[in-house]
Design a protein around this ligand. Structure first.
Ligand code: CTP
Ligand code: MG
Length: 228
């Protein structure tokens, strides 16, 4: 079984807007629905679990009612992204997920995810237990502390992670359980939890258009792209 967890429990603190980004209505639908409708339309995706802010659960349920086929539930997220994912995994554990089921985790803040990237993640999961989509860095990337460049990374080895990220259920569930027991909170990317356990994570090609909306200029770029 292939289950997608779509995250919409963030507060968009870096976006200068009254409404959290996932709930901004653009053209005919809310921002979170762009990636949701892509996941929902893929034959190989069996179920979708939505994670949102506690006080938005009924709002989200109302929006998605009768419009999407694969949503199993809309649940409350946590105080950071890692906790939201952990809560989703605990929910799935309570609802008879199999250890070998495939879990895809996606940020609703990446509305332009393509069917191809989702399918590549699923294909790669038949070989590996942990996958992230990623794109190669074309700019030079450095480590900076107090405005001072400490180190330039070799660009040939630098990739920028995106979502979806995909995992065997047991692999990602264990990684989250261990991280929360050892009080390792607020990792912005699940890959670090897997790597911390000494396990391997492989990449599949992401997509430059699958950028994350973080700031106002990202939002403008998205609006421009869908209206062109
Ligand atoms: N997210 C979540 N639960 C949280 C925090 C984030 O589900 N407690 C989700 C967001 O909804 C988003 C994704 O994780 O789809 C990526 O996070 P980010 O871009 O950082 O979104 P926000 O946390 O909302 O933004 P900011 O960090 O600027 O507050
Ligand atoms: Mg955040």
């Amino acid at each position: 079984m292939n289950v997608a967890i779509i995250l919409l429990a963030g507060k968009s603190e870096r976006l200068n807007n009254d409404t959290s980004k996932q709930f901004i209505k653009i053209n005919d639908k809310y921002l979170f629905e762009y990636s949701l409708s892509t996941f929902d339309s893929i034959k190989d995706i069996d179920s979708i679990l939505l994670v949102t802010l506690k006080d938005k659960i009924s709002f989200v349920k109302d929006i998605v009612k009768d419009r999407y086929n694969k949503i199993i539930d809309v649940i409350s997220g946590g105080k950071n992204r890692q906790e939201s994912i952990h809560l989703a995994l605990e929910y799935l554990k309570q609802h008879q997920i199999d250890e070998n089921d495939n879990i895809l985790i996606h940020d609703s803040a990446r509305p332009l995810v393509s069917k191809e990237v989702i399918t590549s993640c699923l294909e790669s999961l038949s070989i590996h237990d942990s996958i992230t989509s990623a794109i190669k860095a074309y700019d030079t990337v450095s480590i900076v502390k107090d405005n001072k460049v400490i180190e330039i990374l070799d660009r040939n080895y630098v990739y920028l992670h995106q979502t979806p990220q995909a995992f065997k259920f047991l692999t990602i569930y264990e990684a989250h359980s261990i991280a929360s027991k050892s009080k390792m909170y607020d990792k912005t990317d699940d890959v670090s939890l897997i790597i911390n356990q000494g396990k391997e994570v492989y990449i599949v090609d992401g997509d430059v258009d699958n950028f994350k909306i973080t700031t106002e200029s990202d939002l403008k770029r998205f609006i421009k792209m869908i209206n062109k």
